[in-house]
Write a new protein. Structure first.
Length: 202
């Protein structure tokens, strides 16, 4: 299950990398789970001097959620700082992708790799591309709880039922970020401001 670890993974507090044979066996014949499925989970706990590179791009999406300290990510030529209570989704891309701990800092983050037959449609629907930037999400307690459940389900011998269960959790996990209360409130404020401006221009 964790056979794809490399040297940069050794500083991770917890890590799961699902091998292709596990994914193929457990997704075979299950239409729902093949739409969105977990590729890997990892957790950084106040780690310094960490960075991960995908020089030839990545076939899966990567969600980074910073809970403490400061991190960074790059997608092609676009670089961003990731502050506490911010997240970013890096899309599957052929561009060079990397992320890590900001120099002089210690970084705590939940990292989720996921893919699916409809990953391109998912990215297009929510504006996830090489220009994606970190977004405020607040303290996403629900998201952390779901991540912990996914990790629990996959941290032992992975069965088909546990993998399918974890992939159901993945959809709820993603929704806790994409439809977070903070983002909904911010959108409502933007709408209110725009409506006010429109009214004053009449």
């Amino acid at each position: 299950m964790n056979s794809n670890l490399n040297e940069s993974d050794q500083v991770l507090d917890r890590v799961i990398r699902l091998t292709d044979d596990v994914k193929s066996a457990d997704l075979n014949g299950n239409y729902f789970s093949s739409q969105f499925y977990i590729v890997g989970l990892s957790h950084l706990a106040k780690v310094a001097d960490f960075e991960k590179h995908y020089r030839d791009g990545t076939e899966f999406n990567i969600l980074l959620y910073c809970t403490n300290g400061t991190g960074w990510c790059t997608i092609g030529e676009n670089s961003h700082v990731i502050l506490p209570n911010q997240y970013v989704v890096i899309p599957a891309t052929e561009l060079h992708v990397s992320y890590g701990t900001q120099e002089g800092c210690r970084w705590s983050a939940y990292i989720t790799h996921f893919n699916g037959d409809n990953i391109a449609t998912f990215n297009n629907s929510f504006g996830i591309d090489s220009c994606s930037t970190p977004a405020d999400v607040g303290i996403n307690t629900k998201g952390i709880e779901i991540w912990e459940e996914m990790y629990r389900l996959l941290s032992r011998n992975v069965s088909k039922s546990s993998y399918v269960h974890a992939n159901f959790c993945l959809c709820h996990f993603l929704a806790s970020f994409i439809f977070s209360e903070e983002k909904v409130v911010a959108k409502e404020i933007d709408v209110l401001i725009n409506d006010t401006i429109t009214y004053m221009q009449k």
